[in-house]
Design a protein around this ligand. Structure first.
Ligand code: SF4
Length: 408
């Protein structure tokens, strides 16, 4: 028989990102975690707290905020307080560059209010200064018992390390191309910094790594190698993925390949939102990537045919959209009220060709009438035809049938 293509499993340490009684496990066989990042000015504490809340309610299980100035560091405890007051216990990750050592040392309330620190070794100074400043950040993480992510990015790669590796490469009998040397430098920077952190007292199990690049095949190559060379949990994301369809497809392609190979313990889809577009879109896409691979289940799945010449009206598209929106909107309440509801399968089909068959495979399905068919929509529940909907209000009637089914 044909075997299911189950994702491979990569052995890794398990890190814990904690806020209050909320513990998010990362790696070590824990479910892959969805995370996202705010795009508000952190100094604007209320605005930032509201966006964190929005992202958390959309399904982000950790939210990163940039901490770039003393004012932003001062705002962090206030943001945390606002979230706690709203009942949002999502762990906050502080994103530090250049002055992170000073901010974490001079603002202990900020250091404590965060659950994890993202440290970019390419932006922590040069030479001796690098080790001293890096050490100050590790000291804060150890003192406050926080997890860290060593987040390397090819846009801010440690230039001294890259130059020395390029130099070494030029002495090879047959020098490599520049790109593989850069891959090596990314991985060396991440693993080297993690080892340095460990030598400074950071527990290995509290360190996660990332090596972000913006090309799909580059990301796959780098993470395959990174995953092979260490057992730290890995944060996965295609950096600067871009906007809309391009960003969505590129992220899904890269992350899909790696997750199927067991590489990636937390993910972020780094989309540039279109003007006016909600930041939560990146959370929805990240969740969908995990759900489509069968790694997590967040919301009921809606199976729908694409529609064709047999569907002349827009009723079919409208109904599919309405049911999808309805199910997502109910989830924050349903998740608590009806445990397991996320495993529900709903089918919305456009005509009799595949409609009844696909509907029978779902928990609940409807086959709308195509052109030339009688104006009736049979509804299938648990594989059997149970009723037929007719008239103007099929969409609303079907929504009620779904709601009743879930309640029962
Ligand atoms: Fe077209 Fe019917 Fe197939 Fe949908 S189920 S794509 S409407 S033939």
């Amino acid at each position: 028989p044909i075997e299911l293509a189950l994702p491979r499993v990569r052995e890794s340490l398990r890190s814990e990102v904690v806020w209050g009684s909320r513990v998010v496990a990362v790696g070590g066989g824990a479910p892959v975690v969805v995370q996202s990042m705010t795009n508000t000015d952190t100094e604007q504490a209320v605005e930032t707290a509201l966006q964190v809340k929005e992202l958390a309610l959309a399904g982000s299980e950790m939210v990163r905020i940039t901490v770039n100035t003393p004012e932003a560091a001062k705002a962090v405890p206030y943001i945390r307080e606002q979230l706690d007051r709203m009942g949002i216990d999502v762990p906050l990750i502080g994103d530090f560059h250049f002055n992170g050592h000073r901010l974490l040392t001079e603002f202990p309330d900020c250091a404590q209010a965060l659950s994890k620190y993202r440290i970019n070794p390419g932006n922590v100074g040069k030479g001796d200064k690098h080790d001293r400043q890096f050490g100050q950040m590790i000291e804060a993480a150890v003192r406050w018992n926080k997890a860290i992510r060593i987040g390397v990015n090819w846009g801010s790669l440690d230039q001294e390390l890259l130059a020395s590796m390029m130099d070494e490469n030029s002495r090879r009998a047959v020098p490599w191309d520049a790109k593989p040397v850069m891959y090596e430098a990314l991985i060396a920077s991440a693993i080297g910094s993690a080892k340095l952190a460990e030598s400074m007292g950071m527990p290995a199990r509290q360190i996660a790594l990332s090596c972000k690049v913006s090309g799909v095949r580059d990301l796959i190559a780098v993470y395959r190698e990174l995953g092979r060379r260490c057992n730290y949990p890995l944060h996965l994301g295609l950096t600067e993925a871009g906007m809309g369809t391009k960003g969505t497809v590129a992220s899904s392609t890269a992350l899909g390949v790696l997750l199927q190979e067991g590489i990636g313990d937390t993910i972020r889809v780094s989309l540039t939102p279109a003007p006016g577009e909600s930041r939560t879109q990146e959370v929805v896409i990240a969740s969908e990537i995990l759900q489509s691979l069968g790694l997590r289940t967040f919301v009921p799945s809606v199976t729908a045919c694409p529609g064709c010449g047999r569907t002349t009206s827009t009723t079919f598209q409208e109904l599919t959209q309405q049911i999808d929106d309805f199910l997502r909107a109910q989830m924050p309440v349903w998740r608590v009220r009806y445990p397991g509801v996320e495993h529900l399968k709903v089918a919305v089909m456009g005509c009799i060709v595949n409609g009844p068959g696909e509907s029978k495979h779902a928990d609940i399905g409807i086959s709308l009438p195509g052109t030339g068919e009688a104006p009736a929509a049979p509804v299938f529940i648990d594989g059997e035809k149970r009723m037929t909907l007719r008239g103007e209000n099929i969409a609303t009637d079907f929504q009620k049938v779904v709601e009743d089914y879930i309640a029962q």
